[in-house]
Ligand binder design. Sequence first.
Ligand code: ADP
Ligand code: MG
Length: 151
Amino acid sequence: MPSAPPLGQVQAAFPDWSIKQLIGEGTFKTTYKAEKDGLLEAIKLFYVPEFEDSEEGATARINFLGRLSREIHLLGQCKTPYLVKLGCIEPNEINIGGVFFIAYSEQLLTGVTLRNLINCEVSSLGRRNQSPFTMSRRSDIRTLGETRLCS
Ligand SMILES: Nc1ncnc2c1ncn2[C@@H]1O[C@H](COP(=O)(O)OP(=O)(O)O)[C@@H](O)[C@H]1O
Ligand SMILES: [Mg+2]
């Protein structure tokens, strides 16, 4: 994924919104905190790479976009309070600084991420050189962090 588009470029792409800050970057998505008429949402930019201009390239693109499409469809369908809700920006393709993204928004989640929580826990265990966890629990936590379950 290319580096996160600067705030100014994202702001220009969403003139109705006030882009407050870059929240974070995942495997394919970059998330920004944004506000419109007092409503705070997370604007998500899903990076779409260039595909070869051929039938194979077109199929690869459809397969690639299917990943996001399934995620958004699922979020739209699931009523569980344990999953983030979609926001008011419907998925649409945009070009920011010459790079293509699918942009959409979600409810803004605040607080510490599971990834941060695990990283803090593991580093504070290292500092104290003692652990409330058994060795196997500690390595379980590392494995969790590495597999990006928390993104
Ligand atoms: N709805 C949200 N509210 C606040 N932060 C979010 C939200 N969704 C994702 N993030 C943050 O955005 C970054 C990218 O995560 P994510 O969207 O899951 O990317 P990917 O699925 O490509 O790994 C992470 O730092 C994550 O914590
Ligand atoms: Mg994710």
